[in-house]
Design a binder for this molecule. Structure first.
Ligand code: MN
Length: 313
């Protein structure tokens, strides 16, 4: 299916059966599977207080392969720990970027203390790694000083890539952009686009956002195909929008649970590698301490062939 523009409504997905927290998932979507290398978009909150007896959002240790995870908060505070020894607190306006390569395990725990809001609001995104990078040694980056600038009256925080002469130092493996746009009330901006990029605009906050004159509800993702289409973004009452984009990803990928591979056999092997590290850790997924304890086991593989996703054109 080939579309030039589409509004993708979110699906509600329970993140873990245990916590019961629901996220709004806009990618992958039936009509648009990826936007550049961006292949997964979850938006959660704002939610406050306890959910099923637990404060905020806490996810015990689980693995990733073949992708980068992007953690971006609008409110709240999260501690990241992983199997290469990283321990990193993240606050709103900062970027956690984990490059899983051939495999990394991590846990994420909400921190609720007197210095931070008890409200959780954020996004979790995945970026598929191209074949040349997907077996690399895992790395973790924290960016606390991202480029931040005014553009036509809006405030831009550049997570990844280039925008109007500014550049994020976050590590990319394919041409892409990620930016948060804060629109004060009554602002309209014209976003410069690259003809070789496709784009998505996720409405994080605001109930009257228009993209090229068309209303887009909070939580929805407006998709724009390649071709350098103009993008006019406006809000009378003020909004925050996440802009993602990139060159259409040229490879077919297989996404299953927290893994990205290229074949069913590969995914099965990735699953086995994680399952054999559940109790004591392994060379692939060394043990690390956190207050959440046990590692999350992989679900059973379905008895069907996994469906590849990738170039939708
Ligand atoms: Mn994760």
């Amino acid at each position: 299916m080939s579309v030039t523009a589409a509004t993708l409504s979110p699906r509600l997905v329970k993140l873990t059966p245990r916590t019961g927290i629901e996220v709004r998932r806009t990618l992958p979507h039936r009509d648009v599977r990826m936007i550049g290398a961006w292949c997964f978009v979850d938006h959660y909150g704002p939610l406050s207080g306890e959910v099923n007896g637990e404060a905020g959002m806490s996810i015990a240790a689980h693995p990733h392969t073949g992708l980068q995870t992007v953690t971006w908060l609008l409110e709240g505070k999260v501690e990241h720990r992983d199997s290469i020894g990283s321990v990193q607190e993240i606050n709103p306006g900062e970027l956690n970027l984990m490059t899983a390569g051939r495999g990394i395990a991590h846990s994420e725990m909400s921190l609720v203390d007197s210095h931070s809001s008890s409200v959780m609001h954020g996004v979790q995104l995945w970026i598929a790694l191209p074949d040349a990078a997907r077996q690399m040694t895992p790395t973790f980056e924290h960016h606390g000083d991202l480029p931040r600038f005014n553009f036509q009256g809006a405030e831009i925080r550049l997570l990844m890539g280039d925008f109007e002469g500014h550049r994020s130092t976050a590590t990319l493996f394919s041409p892409l952009i990620g930016a948060e746009i804060s629109l004060p009330a009554g602002t309209t901006i014209d976003i410069p686009t690259r003809p070789d990029f496709e784009y998505g605009l996720l409405i994080l906050e605001g109930d009257d956002v228009t993209v090229n004159g068309e209303g887009v509800a909070r939580g929805s993702l407006r998709y724009l195909a390649t071709g350098g289409l103009p993008v006019s973004l406006a809000s009378a009452r003020g909004a925050r929008v996440l802009l993602i984009g990139g060159e259409p990803f040229p490879e077919e990928i297989l996404m299953w649970w927290n893994f990205i591979g290229r074949s069913q056999e590969e995914i099965i092997a990735m699953r086995e590698q994680w399952q054999s590290s559940l109790l004591t850790g392994s060379e692939s997924y060394p043990a690390f301490a956190d207050s959440l304890g046990a590692r999350i086991p992989a679900p059973e593989m379905p008895n069907i062939r996994l469906e590849p996703r990738g170039p939708q054109r």
